[in-house]
Design a protein around this ligand. Structure first.
Ligand SMILES: [Zn+2]
Length: 214
């Protein structure tokens, strides 16, 4: 590797560590060894050691109706920022920008609780969107929402409850997802509505029903 690309890899590693993803993710994107990344992490985070242990899967990240809304909001922003590239690759710049917008939206909506979707969880969602473990579905109500395939969550629209097909996972999908306005207004309404309610787990049904909806 020449000096310029070494430099670029290190710059990317710093960007990802500052953003806040696990060092295993940084390693995946940069190829820099774990010991070097751990040292870099400590340097950036005032001597603090990086978090270790197993990462959550997207079915763990998205398990309640509020999670679906939040994941959908984030992914709508991500697809909006990254356009069709996000279905081919993990777009790091789009991930970081969309996550910033996601936090801004939550702050505007008056949500003070720490989001369940942190930088690492956001990365898990964009990875699973790319490998098609997760897809976005359009609803007639205008909402575009996330469905985690292996989760057996009932893939209903979190805004109106409709059961929608098909999944969006293509460059054509990017233009349809393009405007995050509807999920933003759905999320706004949901958060206002949900303020004094606890988030309830969604209904489940068998994987085969989700794979072959009637
Ligand atoms: Zn709907």
């Amino acid at each position: 590797m020449n000096r310029l690309s070494q430099h670029a890899q290190m710059a990317l590693a710093i960007k990802l560590i500052v953003f806040g993803v696990r060092t295993s993710i940084v390693q995946l994107h940069t190829g820099i060894s774990a010991p070097i990344l751990r040292a870099l992490y400590r340097e950036i985070n005032n001597g603090e050691a990086p978090v270790s242990g197993q990462m959550a899967e997207s079915d763990g990240v998205v398990s309640t109706r509020q999670d679906v809304i939040e994941a959908s909001l984030f992914l709508n922003l991500y697809v909006h920022v990254g356009t069709e590239t996000v279905f081919r690759t993990i777009n790091i710049d789009a991930l970081i920008r969309a996550y910033g917008l996601f936090l801004e939206f939550r702050a505007e909506a008056g949500l003070v609780a720490v989001p369940k979707i942190g930088p690492t969880e956001a990365w898990i969602l964009v990875r699973d969107l790319r490998i098609r473990d997760l897809s976005l579905r359009s609803c007639e109500c205008g909402c575009t929402y996330a469905v985690v395939h292996k989760h057996r969550l009932l893939p209903r629209c979190p805004a109106c409850g409709a059961d929608n097909e098909p999944a969006i996972n293509s460059s054509e999908g990017a233009t349809r997802v393009g405007r995050p306005t509807s999920i933003v207004s759905s999320a706004r309404a949901f958060f206002a509505d949900e303020a004094d309610r606890s988030s309830k787990p969604l209904s489940f049904r068998s994987v085969s029903t989700i794979a072959n909806p009637s």
